[in-house]
Design a protein around this ligand. Structure first.
Ligand SMILES: Nc1ncnc2c1ncn2[C@@H]1O[C@H](COP(=O)(O)OP(=O)(O)OP(=O)(O)O)[C@@H](O)[C@H]1O
Length: 251
């Protein structure tokens, strides 16, 4: 990645309005099966408050499944997943960003068009977001030739324009170098400061320590812990989490 493209300090003056309410998400005995295999055991979980929730666990633990159920991309096989009041605005950023075969700026103007923003406002809003995420110089470049870190920032810029009440991120930094990881973490914190609730998976313990307000720890398709981050890292309740933190737990 070209260092000159890293985002400048994020400017509060161009932030969209703060998200007004903090949504609460309930899992009520929600399970997920696929072809006769139970992939997520019945799970009861409440995610509330404007927190940064990090979902952790070894490979195959069910972290992505939990996120996809939370975001509504999957429907539980039994039980329910529902928001306490009306479903909030949401965006999701994947490990490999899903970008259109268009320029960087047109990926943003297209997202604005889909969400009903009048044509005359789209270009300025898109440019503002590109500037915020350090991508102005790449505005006309095809999105799919951008580096991994640049693509991830473009995905975050697109999410920013949607001003989501909840932002889901599925291992957004697992393929990035340290500087690109920092840019993504700075962006996540900026979303959070702006009132967006964060729900994110990661394998990176250091990243989780930097970002998490609370941790959901999964193992073998079950949620074993849902706890404030400091407690999880200092005194994990389950033997599996202890082993995971010591680097001794495999999926
Ligand atoms: N669409 C699917 N069809 C069949 N099996 C699936 C599907 N999605 C996930 N699984 C299986 O469910 C289990 C949990 O997968 P999931 O992707 O949620 O794990 P994860 O904790 O996110 O793992 P990783 O850290 O490796 O990304 C795995 O055994 C996986 O093979």
């Amino acid at each position: 990645m070209n260092a000159s493209f890293f985002p400048p300090p994020i400017l509060p003056s161009i932030s969209p309005p703060l998200v007004a309410t903090v949504p609460t998400l309930h899992f009520g005995q929600a399970s997920f099966d696929h072809r006769g295999h139970r992939l997520l055991a019945p799970t009861t979980l409440t995610l509330s408050g404007c927190q940064r929730t990090l979902i952790m666990g070894p490979n195959g633990a069910g972290k992505s499944l939990l996120m996809r159920l939370a975001h509504g991309l999957l429907t539980p096989s039994s039980g329910y997943v529902s928001w306490q009041e009306k479903t909030p605005t949401q965006a999701m950023v994947f490990q490999r960003p899903v970008l259109l075969r268009r320029s960087a700026i047109n990926n943003l103007t297209y997202a604005l068009a889909v969400s009903g923003v009048p044509r005359r406002q789209r270009k300025d809003m898109a440019l503002e977001a590109l500037e915020k995420f350090g991508l102005v110089a790449l505005a006309k470049r095809p999105a799919r030739v951008l580096s991994g870190g640049e693509q991830q920032r473009l995905a975050l810029a697109r999410a920013w324009l949607l001003n989501p009440a909840v932002l889901f991120l599925d291992e957004p930094t697992s393929a990035l170098d340290p500087a690109a990881i920092k840019a993504v973490e700075d962006a996540v914190n900026e979303f959070h400061r702006n009132g967006t609730r964060i729900i994110m998976t990661t394998h990176d313990l250091h990243q989780a320590r930097r970002l998490a307000d609370e941790v959901v720890f999964m193992y073998g398709g079950q949620v074993l812990e849902h706890t404030p981050a400091h407690r999880f890292f200092e005194t994990p309740a389950s033997t599996q989490a202890g082993a995971f933190l010591r680097g001794e737990l495999v999926g």
